[in-house]
Write a protein that binds this ligand. Structure first.
Ligand SMILES: Nc1nc2c(ncn2[C@@H]2O[C@H](COP(=O)(O)OP(=O)(O)O)[C@@H](O)[C@H]2O)c(=O)[nH]1
Ligand SMILES: [Mg+2]
Ligand SMILES: [Zn+2]
Length: 365
């Protein structure tokens, strides 16, 4: 496999790859069929690199997997591999049911989800404290996606060395990241790096997720203890621009634990985020339970407990605006999904009526 050899030593031990009891149990029937388990560590142009007990293999997804509802194979997936006799290709025959999936709306498509990482235990939403301080609205959106994934969200604040009062900023973040652990770090001074390392259990998979330039790859290198991932600084000197992390990829911590680094994403549109919004905004949801109308939109209905809390200074107006904006985005997405489903149905209807016509023609009616 040219190009894959320079990845250094990748683990071949299934336990180190995160093959927990859950996946072992799910795999048992596939094992009887002679399939081999492996975990997807990256995907290049639709072709997954799968880590197995015999080393990494570049595999091809079976045709039936290219159109599954779960979307194509993603980094973090546990898959079942087949090596058909007389062929030198390895085929991905099945994707094991995912424990969690981190999904956004595909920025290029009307209503398609894009799976960014799967089977993640903790999603670290990364925000930089400098130069502009954390972006609370973006953080709220990131947390909605993180909750929705089924993983446990946590927040990592980076570049603490660049600000005078990091603790005050941390408190601001704590007010919107409800029920979520917050790690204050600096890759320059090493502040918080050990604590973050300790928060990652040896059999866990975690992912870094956040805007470009917040310091995800730098922190990854600090955790791994080696420059395994290019950072902005490294590449700026060879003039390759700022978007240094181009692929989602899996890295292995020396004492166990798997970390998926993702490239910064500018477009972070929601995808199926009902529960994510409820989990990320427990304060608003709790107030909403006290509104007079069950379907209150918290705009100008009488007896709105949410508005009342804003007016009493108990809920920041900014927070309510964020909530309403995310809700509205989700409503629009659901409309688009419905339109797409209708369009697909009518396409299927057209194909069927063509089939019927052909049948009648061939049978001379
Ligand atoms: N001062 C300071 N700079 C940092 C820290 N972490 C990252 N940086 C710098 O921020 C820039 C972007 O870092 P990078 O890791 O590539 O960000 P990514 O796009 O999130 O992966 C680089 O120039 C890093 O050196 C930090 O804790 N303190
Ligand atoms: Mg990066
Ligand atoms: Zn209301």
């Amino acid at each position: 496999m040219p190009g894959d050899a320079d990845r250094g030593e990748l683990p071949r031990d299934l336990a180190a790859l995160g093959f927990t009891e859950r996946f072992q149990a799910l795999f048992a029937p596939l094992s009887e069929k002679g399939l081999v388990p492996g975990r997807v560590s990256r995907v290049d142009r639709g072709l997954p690199l799968v880590l197995t007990e015999e080393g990494p293999v570049r595999a091809e997804p079976a045709a039936h997997l290219r159109e599954t509802a779960d979307g194509p194979i993603a980094v973090g997936d546990w898959v079942a591999l087949a090596r058909p006799e007389g062929h030198d290709v390895t085929i991905v025959e099945a994707i094991l049911p995912r424990k969690s999936a981190f999904t956004r709306k595909d920025p290029g498509e009307q209503a398609i989800g894009q799976v960014m990482a799967t089977n993640v235990d903790t999603v670290f939403v990364v925000q930089a404290l400098a130069p502009n301080g954390p972006n609370l609205s973006r953080l709220e959106r990131e947390l909605v996606l993180a909750w929705e994934s089924g993983a446990v969200p946590a927040v990592v604040l980076t570049k603490a060395d660049l600000c005078l009062d990091a603790e005050a900023l941390r408190d601001e973040v704590a007010a919107v990241a409800l029920g979520v652990d917050i790690h204050l770090t600096s890759a320059v001074t090493g502040q918080g790096v050990h604590e973050l390392h300790d928060a990652i259990e040896p059999d866990q998979t975690v992912a870094f997720f956040g805007a470009s330039g917040v310091g995800k790859s730098t922190l990854l290198n600090a955790l791994v203890g080696a420059d395994v991932q290019a950072t902005a600084e490294v590449r700026e000197t060879d003039g390759k621009g700022r978007h240094t992390t181009v692929a989602r990829e899996m890295f292995f911590l020396p004492e166990g634990g798997i970390l998926i680094d993702t490239p910064g994403m500018r477009a972070l549109a929601l995808w199926d985020a009902d529960e994510g919004i409820a989990s990320a905004f427990p304060d608003v949801e709790e107030l909403a339970a006290g509104c007079r109308f069950a379907d209150c939109t918290h705009a100008r209905e009488p007896g709105c407990a949410v508005r009342a809390a804003v007016e009493a200074g108990e809920l920041p107006e900014r927070r309510l605006d964020s909530y309403l904006r995310l809700k509205e985005e989700l409503d629009r997405l659901v409309e688009k999904q419905d339109a797409r489903a209708r369009a697909e149905r009518s396409k299927a209807d057209r194909l069927l009526s063509r089939e019927i016509k052909r049948y009648h023609k061939e049978h001379g009616r």
